[in-house]
Design a protein around this ligand. Structure first.
Ligand code: NDP
Ligand code: 8X3
Length: 254
């Protein structure tokens, strides 16, 4: 099997949008996430629509043993064609002053955004090296470039992703593996619903008064970067809604 992409967090948002655009262009997919019913439905839809092959892996990126077992279980024909890893699974939990922060929220962000990304990368990189071909995308954030009030631990976790992207690029250059850090600003997905623990009104208010990025905008960008010639790498991309000038400056209509 040729041209396989592994996408973590494919049950919503950027990951799901990446699954659609890669499938539309004939790529075969390994899709992961915790909500298995969504993975199963997406697999069925993409196979029917695009006639591609799809392997789903249902695991929590925070549990290292489950990550290792899941990657070990990938059928060998998918393994042989694996060229791209999109480290997308991630989240923010809560937003507020550090002195009011909850350690459970901090652990969820650090365990998912940093340790989960590391566990998946460690398990998948040997496959990319063996295939003598590879491209890793890490979903960082504008929160990995700047900090903002109340963003403390989420920003720290995305600064770690930014650092890991640079470090991976150095460690993997001799294997010809590209590493791209993608750093979006405000994008309307399930992100804010998760961050505000299911509070729909608060989540919705984040995107009011301006045109936010949509998941498709990020997926199209990733697909463009993934399809540059072999000798060209785009290392780092900050992608903002036009109405956003920095992490803290958003021009909202009155
Ligand atoms: P969504 O909430 O829409 O999607 C997040 C995805 O991550 C889901 O598929 C979810 O799957 C998966 N995920 C979360 N936790 C885990 C876990 N422990 N194990 C496995 N999968 C997990 O958010 P986005 O699409 O917006 O976010 C994707 C990435 O982009 C994140 O890393 C986020 O930090 C980053 N980002 C988002 C921005 C935004 O404004 N939306 C801007 C900049 C960066 P499931 O729940 O089924 O496990
Ligand atoms: C998500 C964007 O600005 O809410 O990473 O941190 S922001």
């Amino acid at each position: 099997m040729e041209n396989v992409v592994l996408i973590t967090g494919a049950t919503a948002g950027f990951g799901e949008a990446c699954a659609h655009i890669f499938a539309k262009n004939g790529w075969n997919l390994i899709l992961t996430g915790r909500r298995n019913e969504r993975l199963v439905a997406l697999k069925k839809q993409l196979i029917e629509k695009h006639g591609i092959e799809v392997c789903t892996l249902n695991f929590d990126v925070r549990v290292e043993k489950d990550v290792i077992d899941a990657i070990d279980s990938i059928p060998s024909d998918f393994n042989h064609g694996l060229k791209i890893l999109i480290n997308n699974a991630g989240l923010a939990v809560g937003r507020g002053p550090i002195q009011d922060g909850l350690s459970d929220d901090w652990n969820r962000m650090i365990d998912t955004n940093i340790k989960g990304l590391l566990y998946v990368s460690k398990a998948v990189i040997p496959l990319l090296i063996a295939n003598k071909n590879g491209h890793i995308f890490n979903l960082g954030s504008i929160a990995g470039k700047e900090v903002y009030p109340g963003g403390n631990v989420y920003c720290a976790s995305k600064h770690a992703v930014d650092a890991l992207s640079k470090a991976m690029r150095m460690d993997l250059v001799e294997h010809g593996i590209k590493v791209t850090n993608i750093a979006p600003g405000a994008a309307e997905t399930e992100f804010s619903l998760v961050r505000f623990k299911g509070n729909e009104a608060t989540a919705q208010s984040v995107y009011e008064g301006f045109d936010p990025l949509m998941a498709k905008d990020i997926a199209e960008t990733i697909y463009f970067v993934a399809t540059r010639p072999t000798h060209v790498t785009i290392n780092d991309l900050v992608i903002m809604p036009t109405a956003q000038a920095s992490a803290t400056i958003l021009h909202k209509k009155a």
